[in-house]
Design a binder for this molecule. Structure first.
Ligand code: MLT
Ligand code: ZN
Length: 468
């Protein structure tokens, strides 16, 4: 029987899409790539995933795992040949179990992140991974790209939130590993290989995830600052003053407020006068009635008196808090309204972040004078989205220079001990960057691992590693 016939036998007709029906799975969120799929498989069980991979491995057909399709690097898009199978995990979407006493739950790969957060909340627990696309991104994608977001400062990246994984290997064998253990020193950490591997080593079908005490007190402020250096200093002051209760600390440039006010209904500048930079700060605690607002107001007051902070507004209720977060979270959407732009996802040590902004902005002003710089992101993680935006024809000209701009900014990050890919992964977009910046030994080990786990090269071919 041909492969499609075999897949139909495994899935039943309705769960295997072909032709036009594949279109939503053939391009990425940013519309950087437009591929063509052989078909789209939508399995409903781990056993079906295992049989699909065994059949594709036998037929030497590439498999492209696909989650919520919110990635920025084209990692879930098939190539243009029409020979690769897209494997959508969306129908594997059960929260299998919650163990409040162990502070853990088991979720399948197709669970939407917001649903996992809700499931945890319904058991009086907190699942802290939080990002702009949480209403549509899926846990499998979060795991496979080692997603970050706005709480990394307190809770770590996705990798840090995992206790165990269930993975289907390229040849169809299932690696069972849904342990809920916090201590387990039993040899190599094989499961860790699949986190951040973007589906190039196997398919994550479920994960055992860490939960935390529910958040019961929060204080949020938008703080105006003269420069990013002040943000780094203020972050340290807040961490010290609050007993490390800072759970988010996000940098927003003036243009971020302007673009969101212009394009996103309901967004407005909450401060009376414009400022060059802002930090969105949030303190949180699991203790009810914790006086975090008073603590935040007091620390910001002292920082204002010392000249570090220019102005600040504190959220007085949940509605105002949501409004402040909306400014930060809709910057990418507002940017899309302005036309084509260049995105970068760099990280440096937090202490080097001001230097990156100063030197990066100076380079942009000197070499791409028509471009508007939109540098925002996660100060506490040293992670900036250092984006450039054109307008109309200017935008198209900017895209033509993407290679040169990328090189300058990624070289600068590397010179400061940083990374060209902080939280968005490699996908198809940054394969050459990985080759350039990864130490040769590390790259060779990556290829060796790939050969060992996927000798026929069927798992997400062309992503992360070239020719693999
Ligand atoms: C963010 O921090 O908003 C996301 O990583 C998305 C983006 O960089 O645009
Ligand atoms: Zn981000």
């Amino acid at each position: 029987m041909d492969l499609l016939g075999t897949l139909r036998g495994i899935l039943g007709g309705g769960d295997l899409l072909a032709g036009e029906a594949c279109a939503p799975f053939e391009s990425d969120h940013r519309r950087l790539y437009r591929g063509r799929a052989l078909a789209v498989a939508q399995p409903r069980s781990v056993e079906q995933v295992a049989r699909i991979l065994a059949a594709c491995n036998e037929a030497r057909v590439g498999v492209v795992p696909h989650g919520g399709n919110t990635g920025y690097c084209g990692g879930a898009t098939p190539d243009e040949t029409g020979t690769q199978l897209v494997l959508s995990l969306a129908r594997l979407n059960r929260v299998r179990s919650i163990d409040p006493g162990n502070y853990s739950l088991i979720a399948e790969a197709g669970c939407v992140l917001a649903e996992v957060q809700r499931a945890a909340a319904s058991a009086g627990r907190h699942f802290p991974l939080s990002l702009g696309s949480e209403g549509s991104c899926q846990i499998g994608g979060n795991l496979s790209t080692n997603a970050g977001g706005v709480h990394v400062l307190r809770y770590g990246m996705m990798r840090d939130l995992v206790l165990g994984l269930e993975v289907v290997l390229a040849d169809g064998r299932v690696l069972p590993g849904l342990t809920a253990l916090r201590k387990d020193n039993t040899g190599y950490d094989i499961r860790a290989l699949f986190l951040g591997a973007e589906g190039t080593l196997g398919v994550i079908t479920a994960a055992s995830l860490k939960l935390f005490p529910e958040i019961r007190s929060t204080a949020t402020a938008l703080v105006a600052l003269a420069e990013p250096r002040a943000a780094v200093t203020l972050l340290a002051q807040l961490r010290d003053a609050s007993g490390d209760a800072v759970s988010s600390f996000e940098l927003i440039p003036r243009i971020g407020i302007e673009l969101t006010s212009a394009h996103i209904p309901g967004v407005r500048d909450p401060l009376g006068a414009p400022h060059a930079w802002y930090a969105l700060c949030e303190l949180s605690s699991s203790r009810p009635g914790e006086p975090l607002e008073a603590l935040l107001a007091e620390t910001l007051g002292a920082a204002h008196a010392s000249g570090l902070v220019q102005d600040a507004v504190l959220a007085r209720n949940e509605r105002e808090r949501t409004a402040l977060w909306k400014i930060r979270e809709t910057i990418p959407e507002a940017q899309r309204h302005e036309g084509p732009g260049l995105k970068h996802d760099i990280s440096v040590p937090v202490s080097a972040l001001p230097q990156f902004v100063e030197r990066g902005a100076a380079w942009v002003a000197a070499h791409v004078p028509g471009a508007r710089l939109i540098a925002y992101g996660h100060v506490g993680d040293g992670n900036l989205h250092f984006n450039l935006q054109g307008r109309g024809a200017e935008g198209a000209a900017l895209l033509e220079r993407s290679e040169e701009v990328r090189r300058a900014l990624h070289d600068l990050a590397a010179a400061l001990g940083g990374s060209f890919s902080a939280e968005h992964g490699i996908g198809r977009l940054k394969v050459a960057e990985l080759e350039r910046y990864a130490p040769a030994t590390e790259l060779a080990l990556m290829h060796a691992v790939k050969r060992a786990l996927d000798p026929n090269g069927i798992m997400n071919p062309g992503k992360v590693l070239r020719g693999a």
